[in-house]
Write a protein that binds this ligand. Structure first.
Ligand code: NAP
Length: 257
């Protein structure tokens, strides 16, 4: 066993949602491990995307920005094709784009339900399908889908039936794809963060809840995007060569109480 098993030199990785929060930090962390990175996000996130690309290039890494909407299968296919053209193939992927906004189930507007399912679950499927086709043809690849501990538990005091259901879908979609592709060289795992300080939970509507999140977490702190880099590198790398279909919880012990 050597630390080199965690290196990603010579591989290319496509990261969605990489203009902000967790995806942005993961993209930089994967570049630190030697991967060439596509920064995929909505055109509205162009500032965040430019910051991610510049940060990677400053450290001598290679990154390209590819605007795309994960809810549109054609846009996803174009993005993956651009990645392939840029880097000569696709070795790795992190599907991180996601949205959340709360609402009691009995009042949830169907359009709100559809939007969250569309980005968080349908988007992950479109990405995996487009990435997976190419990886299967090459006979190798590794995908990490960012789910959430909300796939496993119901967050106390948060009314988000759409979000929890979308993430449970991502977790089960991940193990399903892993089983379909296990004998063909493609590994698929999910990573499920607990509460992580990012723009997703930094708005004023979250302010009074964040202290409660800390108190409910056994490690008595919220996570940061930095906390997710090592686990993601592990799942993508050769160190996890015999790991597929798993859901890795990174939540400061939250789900063990
Ligand atoms: P974030 O800072 O809001 O980042 C999410 C990114 O995804 C944003 O840049 C967002 O753009 C982008 N996005 C949204 N819809 C998209 C679409 N249709 N196509 C392409 N990109 C799209 O949130 P985050 O906290 O880093 O969340 C990243 C992932 O981690 C999400 O899947 C989230 O569910 C998951 N997660 C987060 C936490 C947490 O506590 N923060 C916990 C568990 C799981 P816009 O901002 O323009 O919408």
């Amino acid at each position: 066993m050597s630390a080199d098993m965690f290196r990603l030199d010579g591989r290319s990785v496509l990261v969605t949602g990489a203009g902000s929060g967790i995806g942005q930090r993961l993209a930089a962390g994967l570049a630190d491990q030697g991967a060439a990175v596509s920064i995929v996000d909505l055109p509205t996130q162009s500032d965040g995307v430019a910051t991610t690309v510049a940060g990677i290039e400053e450290l001598g890494g290679r990154a390209v920005s590819i605007p795309a909407d994960v809810t549109d299968p054609e846009s996803v296919e174009d993005a993956v094709a651009r990645h392939e053209a840029e880097f000569g193939g696709i070795d790795l992927a992190v599907n991180c784009a996601g949205v959340n906004h709360g609402g009691a189930a009995e009042d949830l507007d169907p359009a709100q339900w559809r939007r969250v399912i569309d980005v968080n679950l349908n988007g992950v499927f479109y990405c995996c399908q487009s990435q997976g086709r190419r990886m299967l043809a090459a006979g190798r690849g590794s995908i990490v889908n960012i789910a959430s501990m909300s796939a496993t538990i119901v967050n106390r005091g948060l009314w988000q039936a759409h979000y929890n259901s979308s993430k449970a879908g991502v977790k089960h979609l991940t193990s399903t794809l892993a089983m379909e592709w296990a004998r063909r060289g493609v590994r698929v795992n999910s990573l499920s963060p607990g509460y992580i300080m990012t723009p997703m939970i930094s708005g004023p509507e979250w302010a009074d809840k964040v202290a409660g999140f800390r108190d409910q977490t056994p490690m008595e702190r919220l996570g940061t995007p930095d906390d997710l880099v090592g686990p993601t590198v592990f799942l993508l790398s050769d160190a996890a060569a015999y790991v597929t279909g798993t859901d890795l919880l990174v939540e400061g012990g939250f789900t063990s109480w």
